[in-house]
Every structure is written in structure tokens, then in C-alpha cells.
Design a protein around this ligand. Structure first.
Ligand code: TYD
Length: 211
């Protein structure tokens, strides 16, 4: 049995996920908790190598199913090499993106089908679903504005998709909210960083004190 807590963070581009995650990690560590912050695709060497292939702007010929399979492959490796062992040692894992990204981006926005993408991911994760998923919701127009004003951020292959794609991603997340209401909580990411952080911290603490 795992004794840790597997928590994932999701949302469209520019929702501020990474900033909030950094703040959450710092706060939980200050509270005396054992925390590991990680990300997908990546988080360990093999998955970082797969990440380079997926996000390379030169790879314009990449087929959508290939893309979905590569994300699932990176997920599998990251899960067995990093997430599972840490959960067994009682860590809180804060993971920047997980299966819901594949369901929203590949399943819904790319049109592969949420059920189809769920099934290849079931093979990859063998039931290791997060206990809590924080979904940072933002209008993609505002999200992309935030990205463009953040000059230091690297632009990847998916950032280059048109605004319609990013609207679909958001719609996809909303469908997932309806599908998994017991696991996913929506946080309005249009508010200030402090407000968004406070709400995220509250939700995490609710989980930590519930068992
Ligand atoms: P990243 O630079 O980590 O973006 P962000 O800061 O927005 O998290 O790049 C990850 C990109 O990969 C992002 O555009 C979302 C996309 N993605 C998928 O399409 N499917 C997936 O399963 C995952 C994990 C990410």
C-alpha cells in the first residue's frame, strides 16, 4: 500500500500552475511535510529525453497518436522510477500535469477521443490515479497573454497551436471535471497569485487532514 499522497496540477497554458506549485512545495516543506515536486512530460532522465522529442518545434510531422503514445510512455517511466517509490516512502508528490493533460489535449483537443486516450493511459499507469487534482482554470486568451509577457519562457510545439486549440483544451478539462468530480477541483486562476495559492493550499490541506 502507498502511504503518501499523489496530487496533480492541471490547466491550460499560462494558468500559473508552475508558480503555484513552487509556492505549495515551499509552504508544505515549511509545515514539516515530505514533498517532492515533479513534472510531466519529464521528471527523470528517460522521460526528459522523450519530452525533447515530443516538444521539439521541428517535429511538425508528428502524428497525433504517436504524440499520445509518447506522453503515455514518458508517464509510465516517470511513475515507476520516481512517483511510486516516493509514495511508498510517504512523500507528498506534487506533479505538474498527468493523465488529464493527455485526456484534454490529445483526447479532446486533438480529437482522438477521451475514452481511447484513457485506455492507452490505463495500460501505462495500472490504476495509479492521483488522490487530488487541482485544475487551474483560465480563459486561454488571458493565459496566452501571460505566456507572451513571460519572455524567459521557452515556446514549445504545443504553444504554437492556434487559439481554437487552446479553447478546446479548456473545454476538455471542463468535461473531465464532470467526469471525475470526486477527484478534480477547479480553481479560478484569473485571480491574483496569492488568492490562487491560498485556495490551492486549502484544498491540499483538506486532503492531508482527511486521512
Ligand atoms: P510545458 O512546457 O511543461 O508546459 P506547461 O508549462 O504549460 O505545463 O509543456 C508541456 C506541454 O505538453 C503543454 O503544452 C501540455 C502538453 N501535454 C500534452 O499535450 N499531453 C500530456 O499528456 C502532457 C503531460 C502535456
Amino acid at each position: 500500500m502507498n502511504s503518501g499522497y499523489f496530487i496533480t496540477v492541471e490547466g491550460p497554458e499560462g494558468a500559473g500552475k508552475t508558480t503555484i506549485l513552487n509556492m505549495l512545495t515551499e509552504q508544505l516543506q515549511a509545515d514539516g511535510r515530505k514533498v517532492i515536486q515533479t513534472r510531466e512530460p519529464g521528471g527523470i532522465e528517460i522521460a526528459e529525453q522523450i519530452r525533447k522529442v515530443i516538444l521539439d518545434k521541428e517535429n511538425t510531422a508528428m502524428d497525433s497518436r504517436t504524440e499520445a503514445l509518447l506522453y503515455a510512455a514518458a508517464r509510465r517511466q516517470h511513475l515507476v522510477e520516481k512517483v511510486k517509490p516516493a509514495l511508498e516512502q510517504g512523500y507528498i508528490i506534487l506533479c505538474d500535469r498527468f493523465i488529464d493533460s493527455s485526456l484534454a489535449y490529445q483526447g479532446y483537443a486533438r480529437g482522438l477521443g477521451i475514452e481511447e486516450v484513457y485506455s492507452i493511459n490505463s495500460f501505462a499507469i495500472e490504476g495509479m490515479m492521483p488522490k487530488l487534482t487541482l485544475f487551474f482554470d483560465i480563459d486561454p486568451v488571458l493565459g496566452l497573454e501571460r505566456i507572451n509577457s513571460n519572455k524567459g519562457r521557452e515556446v514549445n510545439r504545443l504553444d504554437l497551436e492556434g487559439i481554437q486549440f487552446h479553447h478546446k483544451v479548456r473545454e476538455g478539462y471542463h468535461l473531465l471535471l464532470e467526469k471525475f468530480p470526486e477527484r478534480i477541483v477547479k480553481i479560478d486562476a484569473a485571480y491574483s497569485i496569492e488568492d490562487v495559492f491560498n485556495e490551492a493550499y486549502l484544498k491540499v490541506n483538506e486532503l492531508l487532514s482527511s486521512n
